[in-house]
Design a protein around this ligand. Structure first.
Ligand code: AMP
Length: 310
């Protein structure tokens, strides 16, 4: 089934206790595309970069199943730039700089051949842009997933809330869920957020896994305990890409299939953190992915017959 994504395509500069990068390939849309393309043949992307964006980066995206016809290159413009620092607790990061650059006046044009998409992944960028893309589609996709960040909640909460009424699944992290709902308990937060529009809510908890809420159901997917976490940047987007990629590949949006999708997202995200930026996702082979999925199966498998337990 066809998959369309939007989201930043960026230059990132990252500092972790293990090192520091210059400007490298990053962006929510990039991570989503690299991840989802492990599961579907092609991911269409609508996004924008500046003239400073290297052609080699576009080639990396194309070589990894991302169709870049919808990636606008703004003449004279500068690519979105984000820089962040992690300390030893990699669940917390400090944003050092965010420069919207070409993203600020971005008009998301959806190429005709991207129309009639079945699955839409609205990766993090301006909520106004996310909303515009939904409105510009000729037909409502079967499933719309939205990811966002505290940055957009601080800046554009009213339009973000309007956009939430138009989507099926919201994918955010725990602190964003608390900010959006004004509730500390994630169970209470989930109730408040699902009343805002999305029927499904995914709350990512970094190395502590992710929760999927729907009505009165809840499912938990762990994160793989890894010996080395090198750089968590993009893990959330990689997770979201794996989630929607699996749903698009199987074309089944039942709650039980979403559970499997969550595990695929977690498995892919576990690779993203192993090297700086997109490096590990670019290297990732199908064999390594399958092996890791198997590790997940073993991690969560247990055998209890509740009726005979006592
Ligand atoms: P994650 O670690 O999954 O939250 O995603 C990090 C990626 O999101 C980086 O590659 C950044 O380029 C990108 N990013 C950082 N801030 C923003 C923002 N405000 N909106 C969209 N993308 C962003």
């Amino acid at each position: 089934m066809s998959l369309l994504t939007i989201g930043t395509v960026a230059f990132d500069a990252i500092e972790t206790p293990f090192g520091k990068t210059g400007k490298i390939l990053g962006g929510a849309g990039t991570f989503i595309g690299l991840s989802a393309s492990k599961l579907v043949d092609k991911v269409n992307i609508v996004s924008v970069v500046g003239e400073d964006f290297p052609i080699e980066y576009i080639k990396i995206m194309e070589d990894h199943g991302i169709d870049t016809k919808g990636l606008q290159v703004k003449r004279g413009g500068k690519t979105f730039f984000w820089s962040g620092r992690y300390d030893m607790d990699m669940n917390n990061r400090e944003t050092l700089d965010t420069k919207l650059n070409v993203l600020e006046n971005f008009d998301p044009i959806v190429p005709d051949e991207y129309q009639n998409c079945d699955y839409l992944m609205l990766g993090s960028l301006l909520p106004t842009t996310q909303k515009k893309v939904i409105e510009r589609l000729w037909k409502r996709p079967k499933l719309i997933v939205l990811d966002t960040m505290n940055f957009w909640m601080d800046l554009m909460m009213p339009v973000l809330k309007e956009t939430l009424t138009m989507v099926d699944v919201l994918c955010i992290n725990d602190s964003e869920a608390r900010q959006l709902s004004q509730e500390y308990s994630l169970v209470k937060a989930a109730k408040v957020i699902m009343a805002m529009g999305p029927k499904y809510l995914i709350i990512k908890k970094g190395e502590h896994g992710a929760l999927l809420f729907h009505a009165n159901d809840v499912f938990f997917a762990p994160a793989l305990p890894l010996e080395d976490v090198f750089d968590p940047t993009g893990a959330g987007d990689t997770f979201a890409g794996g989630f929607i990629g699996y749903l698009a590949a199987t074309d089944d949006i039942s709650f039980s299939n979403m559970k499997r999708a969550l595990i695929h997202g977690s498995a892919l995200a576990s690779f993203a953190v192993e090297k700086f930026g997109t490096e590990r996702m670019v290297d990732l082979t199908d064999e390594e992915f399958e092996e890791r999925l198997q590790q997940f199966v073993e991690l969560v498998q247990f055998d209890i017959k509740v009726e005979n337990a006592y």
